[in-house]
Design a protein around this ligand. Structure first.
Ligand SMILES: [Zn+2]
Length: 499
């Protein structure tokens, strides 16, 4: 019997290169050798496949069995290769009919086996389907539903090794993965539930319209996190391309939920999250929160409490929209096109400037606390606003303000203008294109020059203010960027109040 060859896919960053699973059986003392998997995973894979074959009612062949996974240098997480390894063993031991050959040759297979022979979902099914670009796939059912959303090629789902073997033998059908996404749009918390905070609402609308980064500071209970949680609900659902990118990254981390396809990701990691959890890493490299938030929002509450090194590592992805991870022999690049929304207290105790007078933080302590957010990071925030404590009478009002749906309509109109004009939202305009697309009036230029001299603005902040002004003009339906748009943008760049 010639060796059997079955195709699978590994995951390497966001790519899923083809992996060949070659199985050979020759006479000799019974032995089962697996080549091409990390040492630590070989035994587990062997044990799972062995048990799954027996418990599915097949025979485990006598003789020398060698399974080789190639190419050798790919990162290989063992689970996904269980199904192709088991099928290779069934093929070389003549437990599949000759008619199975055609399907074994033309489809790709992936899935982890339980000892009973049931198929368990694998990570990265969506990314695999995107890379395969049209090849037929046989996957565990939940993974097939996920992969079907990629909309490329035929994707079949199965529950067990036995079911796959029956289908290969022409004795049963496998169901196509069902693209069940977007049956109903994901519902985010609504602005209508919030009282007061007129300025913060306005700024949230601007942030949604231009995808601008935002830092809110104010005492506990002023509603900073509630405001942030309402941001994704102010934006239109993701485009096809954006939804696919987001799904591919989430799927790599085993976090993709097909019912959330097209919903803007909203990630809110805790300040104690490790650098690896936030930025990504590990071996093989996995995406971190900044990548899981790609095409969506990364909300960092208690901003100064995050590890300083972690905050600094946000600079590169904020500029480039991706993160490059190098760990020992492995490199990976993941998208990290997130909108940063951060919140912080004004001082270590949180109550600085609050009428309750509870704050006794010394000016030194306050300065120290705020300096945990470095200048370069502050420089990358487009909008910086104070969210004050609400007066008692506002808290007592019943009914909030305008609902998210009304704001969303204005935001959508403003975003359409941006895309029609320059092919992207304002926050993503690169330095070389800012002057051309922002098109400020003479008076606006004059105002910006005065402000730059007064506030000692860096070139980077200068551009950021221009982009925010452009978004304000888009929300107002104005063709040019006028002085009043720029004046409003400048209001949201005030340094922390010293009160
Ligand atoms: Zn304080």
């Amino acid at each position: 019997m010639p060796p059997s060859i079955i195709w699978c896919r590994g995951v390497d960053g966001l790519h899923a290169p083809r992996v060949q699973v070659e199985t050979d059986l020759s006479p000799g003392l019974p032995r089962f050798t697996l080549v091409g998997l990390p040492e630590t995973e070989v035994k587990e894979a062997r044990d799972r496949v062995h048990a799954a074959i027996l418990n599915s009612g097949f025979k485990f062949p006598d003789g020398r069995l060698i399974v080789n996974l190639a190419p050798a240098e790919l990162p290989k997480e063992s689970g996904r290769y269980d199904l192709p390894i088991a099928l290779g063993i069934l093929a070389v031991s003549n437990q599949l009919p000759a008619s199975a050959k055609e399907r074994l040759r033309t489809y790709e297979f992936a899935g982890e086996l339980s000892l009973s022979g049931a198929l368990q979902p694998i990570r990265g099914a969506f990314a695999m389907a995107l890379s395969a670009g049209g090849a037929g796939f046989v996957l565990p059912r939940a993974s097939a539903d996920e992969a079907a959303l990629a909309g490329v090629g035929e994707v079949l789902g199965a529950d067990s090794l036995l079911e796959v073997a029956a289908w290969l033998a022409g004795r049963g059908e496998l169901q196509s993965g069902s693209a069940r996404a977007a049956a109903q749009p994901v519902v985010f918390p609504d602005l209508a539930d919030l009282k007061g905070q007129a300025q913060a609402r306005r700024v949230l609308e601007i942030a949604a319209a231009g995808e601008h980064s935002l830092l809110m500071y104010g005492p506990p209970g002023s509603g900073k996190s509630m405001l942030a949680a309402r941001l994704p609900g102010l934006m239109p659902p993701l485009s096809d391309a954006a939804a696919r990118e987001s799904a591919a990254v989430l799927s790599l981390a085993g976090r993709f939920d097909p019912s959330q396809f097209r919903a803007r990701p909203y990630r809110a990691p805790h300040a104690t999250a490790s650098a690896v959890a936030l930025v990504g890493g590990g071996s093989p490299p996995r995406p971190g929160e900044i990548s899981l938030a790609t095409q969506g929002i990364l909300f960092l509450d208690e901003f100064p409490e995050f590890d300083r090194k972690v905050l600094e590592s946000l600079r590169e992805p904020l500029e480039r929209g991706e993160i490059h991870i190098a760990r020992a022999a492995r490199h990976a690049t993941f998208p990290a096109r997130f909108q940063l929304v951060a919140a912080m207290n004004p001082c270590p105790c949180g109550w600085q400037g609050h009428p309750n007078g509870r704050c006794h933080c010394t000016p030194d302590k306050i300065r120290q606390y705020r300096s945990r957010i470095s200048g370069p990071i502050l420089d990358r925030m487009d909008l910086l606003i104070e969210v004050p404590a609400l007066p008692a009478e506002t808290m007592a009002q019943t009914g909030g303000g305008e609902a998210s749906a009304e704001v969303r309509a204005r935001v959508a109109a403003a975003r359409e203008k941006q895309v029609a004009r320059q092919g992207m939202v304002n926050a993503r305009l690169e330095a070389g294109h800012v002057d051309e697309y922002v098109a400020m009036s003479g008076q606006a230029v004059q105002l910006l020059q005065q402000a730059a001299a007064r506030l000692d603005l860096s070139a980077r902040s200068w551009h950021r203010i221009m982009k925010v002004a452009r978004t304000i003009a888009d929300l107002a339906g104005s063709i040019g960027t006028e002085k009043n748009h720029l004046a409003e943008a400048l209001q949201y760049r005030r340094p922390f109040s010293e009160s």
